[in-house]
Each structure stands twice: as C-alpha cells, then as structure tokens.
Write a protein that binds this ligand. Structure first.
Ligand SMILES: [Zn+2]
Length: 413
C-alpha cells in the first residue's frame, strides 16, 4: 500500500475526529466532563467495529475500550491509550482546520487576524514543501490528542486491509479528561486491559520519546485562625494569612517552577483563598526522583509541624495526595523491551530519537501507578495548547509507521 493512500487515510480520520468538539471542562467534576467527549467516543466505537475489533465497550465514564485478537504466533499483549479531550485554553471549542499544501516557508495568515509567523515559529521551516495542517486561528488544532487517535485507527485499518501481516494482541483505550488531571485513565477497566506494556502517542515533534515523567502530588494546607474585633485583637487575633506567610517563607525559592528545569523538582504554591478566619493554600509537588519527591513531601509535613508549634491557637492541617508517578518507575527487565523496540524502530525508519525527561505527566504516568509501563512517542505536531498548533503530514505518517511496526511486534535484532 502506498504512502499517499495511507496519508489520505490519516488525514481523513484526523479531520473526522477534530470535527467533533470535545474540550474537557475542569469546572465539572464528573467524568467525562463534557458531552462532546462522549459523542467522539461513540463515533470511535462505531469505527472500531468497522475495523473488526472485539469486546468494544464504552463505560459510564466515557472510556472506549476494544481488543484486536492477535494474528499469527505472536505472544505479546500491547496497549495503546489516547485521550478524547482537547484542552480548554479559552479558545473556540470548534475546530476548523486547514491544510496548506506544499508549504512555501512564508508567514501564513490563518484568518481571523491571526498570523502564523516564521519568526515566532522557526521550527516550521523544517517542513518546507510538506503538506501541513493548521488551525484557522480560532482554536487549538486538537492534534493533541486526535493525531494519536487517527494514527491508531489508521494502523488498525492497515492491519485489516493486509490480512497477511501478523500482529500482537492489541488493546485500545480512548480516555476522557486527560487535560484536566489525567482523570480518564483512572477509569480504564483494567480487567479488560491486561497488557504486557502500553504506549501513548501524546505530544510533540518528530522523534520525541518519553519514558521519564514527574512524580506528582497535590497538597492542601488548611488554617483556621482566631477572629477578633480590633478593639480586643491584641493577644487574641490569630490571622491565618500571616501563618500562611510563615509557611511560604519556609519554602525553598530555588526549588520553585520559575527557578527549575530539566530534572529539578519543585513545589509550586498555586492558589490561596482566605478570609479572616479560614485559609486554604494549594500546592503542586513534582520531582522525577522518587526519593527527592518523598523528601519534598516530608519537608512540607515538617514545616506544617513547625507552624503548628508556633501558632497553638490555630487549627492547621495539611493533606498531600499522590496524583501520578514517574513512568520510568514501572520499567523492569520484563517490559523494558517497550523502549528498546521504539529505539530499534526509530533507527530503522531513520528517526533521530529525542529523549526528554518530561516536566509533566501523561496518561502513562497514571498507568505507571498500576504497574503498566507506558512510554510515549511523538505525534509529530508542534505548539500544543495554542492556536498556532500545526501538524506536518509527513511527521504524522512517520508516527503511524512507528505504531504499525510496534503492533507487528517483530524482532529486529
Ligand atoms: Zn495530550
């Protein structure tokens, strides 16, 4: 099957899925947080059926799962996870993509008075001559993560069209609400996702390969002070804001997001709400190293004890919850082949791997907490979460080739 036909299929699926608005909504605590994600899930379930997948289901949280039985004598069970939601960054929920054919290297007027300039986006110059999918300036493109969905669907379609190709047993999970705290991947029915390892295809340009993410926790500090009228405040008033001030003063300024990079972890004070009596303060705790992550949480408990000691009349408590874990922590001798395969395939396809410790998490970071090693590879898109997001079709195609080769589960060495 030739490249042109496959690229057309990739684009066809991609345009079909971005046409269904599916922004997640972080103000809605239900999963899925929006109806659009359910609509997209239903469309995908129907498409999976056409591709001969089995055990197709949509659970009450909008997670779409399916299985493709193996072909030939392959023994591995491989999973793919992609997210249904697009991010809400204040742009339109509707996506109107445009394909610029044989890009000429000039600035592009995306319409709606939005100019895509090569000065601000010099990386686009690597794709001169390529067909590139852009937005119309009013929304994100949604390649995050619909490029992944299109990629997976095209690979499944290719396997159906080519019955002589052997492949592993394949498990699919399309999950909602990744962008609002990896909520959807928690709702996967893991009894129906018994894989040796899995992949996400989330983020970034050609060659990116991620199997190290943050360990993440969120903390809430609650302080109840003692109110008093100014006439009798002396010696009586306990102001929760001043206590929070002491707490913050004990945090290490060098270990905050604005002063850290690469593998340096941080504690981020993200929110404070207070009146004269009650205060709550929100914290994000992040570190690639499990040891330093735990030490960082211990430090927060310790300084909470110090302020408790200092302000005995106040009620002070801190609650810290783990949110997700570093993908690399679930890597072991048995599953490290997931990354070795990726490296082999990149090598065979002439793709330079760009391995980065991600300062964030993917659905794989949650899967890691349930013991499923889930590395991530590129979709090929750039400028996520922005109306300047774009997807070179040649990169999308290469990402597809990686997926297909992984599904074939061949030994190359
Ligand atoms: Zn994403």
């Amino acid at each position: 099957m030739n490249e042109k036909v496959i690229k057309e299929k990739l684009v066809e699926y991609f345009l079909r899925y971005v046409a269904i608005p599916s922004q997640s909504n972080d103000r809605n605590l239900q999963v899925p947080s929006s109806d659009g994600q359910l609509a997209l899930g239903k469309a995908l379930a129907a498409d999976l059926k056409k591709l001969d997948l089995e055990d197709i289901s949509i659970n009450q949280y909008g997670v779409v799962q399916a299985r493709l039985p193996k072909r030939g004598d392959k023994t591995k069970k491989l999973g793919w996870v992609a997210h249904l939601d697009t991010v809400d960054v204040g742009l339109s929920d509707e996506i109107h993509p445009q394909i610029i054919k044989a890009y000429d290297g000039k600035d592009i007027n995306l319409r709606r008075d939005v100019v895509f300039s090569t000065k601000d986006n010099p990386e686009v110059l690597s794709y001169i001559g390529d067909d590139i999918i852009f937005t119309d300036g009013s929304s994100v493109l949604g390649a995050d993560n619909k490029a992944a969905i299109a990629n997976i669907m095209t690979a499944l379609w290719f396997l159906k069209e080519n019955p002589d190709i052997d492949h592993a047993e394949i498990y699919i999970a399309f999950v909602p609400d990744e962008e609002i705290g990896l909520r959807g991947s928690r709702k996967i029915d893991f009894d129906k996702f018994k894989v040796d390892y899995a992949y996400t295809i989330d983020c970034c340009e050609l060659g990116e390969l991620i199997y190290e993410t943050f360990n993440a926790a969120s903390g809430t500090l609650k302080i109840k002070g003692v109110p008093a009228h100014p006439m009798s405040a002396k010696g009586n008033l306990v102001n929760p804001i001043m206590i929070a001030h002491d707490f913050i003063a004990m945090l290490d300024r060098a270990k905050m997001p604005e002063n850290t990079e690469n593998r340096e972890g941080y504690v981020w004070v993200t929110d404070i709400n207070s009146d004269v009596l009650n205060l709550s303060l929100e914290l994000n705790i992040r570190n690639h190293s499990r040891e330093k992550f735990e030490a960082s949480k211990d430090y927060l408990y310790k300084i909470t004890e110090i302020i408790k000691e200092r302000y005995k009349k106040a009620e002070i408590e801190i609650e810290i919850k783990d949110v997700y874990a570093n993908i690399a922590d679930s890597m072991d001798e048995g599953n490290k082949i997931a990354v070795e395969r990726l490296r082999e395939i990149f090598d065979r396809l002439g793709i330079e791997p760009k391995i980065i410790p991600m300062r964030g998490g993917t659905d794989g970071s949650f899967l890691s907490t349930v013991g499923i090693f889930t590395p991530n590879y590129f979709t090929g898109a750039h400028n996520f979460h922005s109306n300047k997001e774009f997807l070179p079709i040649s990169s999308l195609y290469k990402s597809f080739l990686v997926t297909l080769e992984l599904m074939k589960d061949r030994d190359y060495i």
